[in-house]
Design a protein around this ligand. Structure first.
Ligand code: UN1
Length: 509
């Protein structure tokens, strides 16, 4: 652990705010504890309201020069950030594991996602395209262009402490925005390590402070000021539906923009014509990966009655073989939950499911003993559930998978869409009619819909996000860049007449 922190320049106590370089903060000291063993990794001096103010003002000032740099040049800076991340991939991945308990492969995978994002953003920096239109007026030209938006606020959750920042920040950077990051206070060290790496690149290029800032602080001290600050035109936030609703109301009150990526309650439909082996592997990765703590985690499996028993047996067998333990050990496939509170939430969901007519088929135990003394380890749980059990509509951020039986595909799709969240979805079938129905407007109502691919582990090239209570935002690939810019429609008259649109004449007769 010491070597990892040293390689990343993380000291015993870090400042919880910075404008590139750290600033001296004045809030309380926060202990950062590893879910692996409950031991302290480091400490962070939280930012208070005044520290927050300095970070924001610096981002506002830096925006004035950063927006003037040509976008492809900003892309070049992003390219250098990508190279710097490549050099530290292993250490950063290990820090993700230490701080949030992801297994090694997933910790490093997360940094790879940030590297991929940097590459994507470099290309995007030359593709901030606007359209041109044919004007209805003679000797006129019309087109639209995209300008930098301003300082962008990025609020991230503990479960993707690096990648979600990169989806937002690296695109916002090439768009000409400065970024203020409020990482989860459960994962501030990964954020600070990333900020140090990025700041190294900015400094080497002689760029001013404030282009990439961060602030770790309590909600009442910093969080509220952050979302209510009119100098921050866009707040991009990942987290719970309750948090998203609160942010959305605060930001809309000041007519700002939000990009929300909130809860998921993702289902896989397995039809009688599925490739069973493929389905089982995808479901296990989707439900057990990241210990069930992805917003794209598979939480429901809706199974055709003819193959229900076969699939259930196969899943139970796979679940019993999952190696659980220290996520830094190469053989481990499931690490701890983020903290004891998450374990309690899981336990209370399991007792509710029993009351609501569900049946636990396997797992759901809290592990004890020396290796598990942090109290954060559980076994992944498979439950049979009636489709209308209220708990099935909730996102419990833990490895609980509900199995639901169906007769017709229409019925399966009805169950599928009956929850308030709409992030990710999948169907496993080898029948193209079933697949196409699922992808049609009669099918999945989610932002992501896959065929023979699980619900989690999306690539960065597509737009990521979902509908309904998931919040409607789209991040990372496709045209997600547009929200980080402001659109301007321009009309130029290069003639000597002043024709009006809609044929209006406005002159004395
Ligand atoms: C999240 O859990 O907030 O598709 C994001 C996935 C990852 C991102 C998940 N690429 O599972």
């Amino acid at each position: 652990m010491k070597a990892i922190l040293k390689n990343l320049g993380i000291k015993g106590t870090e400042e919880g705010g910075g404008t590139g370089s750290a600033i001296r903060c004045h809030g309380r000291l926060l202990d950062v504890v590893s879910p692996i063993n409950g031991k302290r990794i480091g400490r962070v001096r939280l930012a208070d309201r005044k520290d927050f103010e300095s970070v924001v003002q610096c981002a506002v000032d830096a925006f004035q020069s950063w927006k003037m740099m040509p976008a492809p040049k900003r892309g070049d800076i992003t390219r250098q950030i990508g190279i710097a991340l490549r050099e530290k991939k292993e250490d950063l991945g290990a820090l993700v594991s230490l701080e949030v308990g992801k297994i090694r492969a997933e910790g490093e995978g997360e940094i790879q996602e940030a590297i991929d994002m940097a590459d994507f953003a470099v290309g995007q920096s030359r593709m901030l395209y606007g359209l041109s239109m044919h004007s209805e007026r003679p000797i006129h030209r019309m087109y639209e262009q995209w300008h930098p938006l301003g300082p962008v606020g990025v609020i991230t959750a503990f479960n993707f402490p690096a990648a979600v920042w990169s989806w937002n920040a690296l695109i916002a950077l090439v768009c000409g925005d400065t970024v203020i990051w409020k990482p989860s206070s459960k994962a501030p060290l990964t954020a600070i390590a990333l900020m140090k790496i990025a700041q190294g690149v900015l400094q080497k290029n002689g760029l001013p402070e404030g282009i990439l800032g961060w602030v770790v602080g309590d909600r009442h001290e910093v969080g509220e000021a952050f979302i209510n600050d009119p100098r921050i035109p866009l707040i991009s936030a990942t987290g719970s539906v309750a948090m998203g609703r609160h942010i959305s109301q605060a930001v809309s009150r000041r007519l700002g923009k939000t990009l929300l990526e909130l809860g998921g309650n993702n289902a896989v439909i397995v039809t009688a014509k599925a490739d069973m082996d493929l389905a089982v592997r995808a479901i296990v990765f989707g439900a057990v990966g990241t210990a069930g703590q992805r917003c794209t985690t598979t939480r429901r499996v809706i199974v055709h009655e003819d193959i229900y028993d076969e699939l259930t047996q196969a899943l139970m067998k796979a679940y019993r073989q999952i190696p659980i333990g220290d996520p830094l050990k190469p053989a481990t496939l499931m690490g701890p939950l983020i903290d004891r509170k998450a374990v309690q939430n899981m336990q209370s969901a399991l007792s509710r499911i029993k009351k609501q007519g569900g049946r636990i088929l396997c797992g759901g135990e809290v592990l004890s003993g020396k290796r598990f003394s942090a109290g954060t380890y559980v076994t992944p749980c498979l439950c049979e559930a009636p489709p209308d059990a209220p708990i099935v509509s909730e996102e419990t951020f833990a490895p609980i998978l509900y199995l639901i039986r169906y007769k017709t595909l229409q019925e399966a799709i009805r169950y599928h869409n009956a929850v308030p969240q709409g992030l990710s979805s999948a169907i496993f079938t080898t029948d193209m009619r079933e697949a196409e129905l699922f992808l049609s407007q009669m099918g999945s109502d989610c932002g992501i819909a896959n065929v023979n691919v699980g619900t989690s582990g999306a690539e960065i090239g597509g737009a990521f996000g979902g509908e309904k209570n998931t919040g409607g935002g789209r991040e990372s690939g496709s045209d997600a860049w547009k929200i980080y810019m402001r659109r301007q429609t321009c009309t130029i008259n290069w003639g000597i007449e002043l024709p009006l649109a809609q044929g209006i004449r406005f002159e004395p007769v």
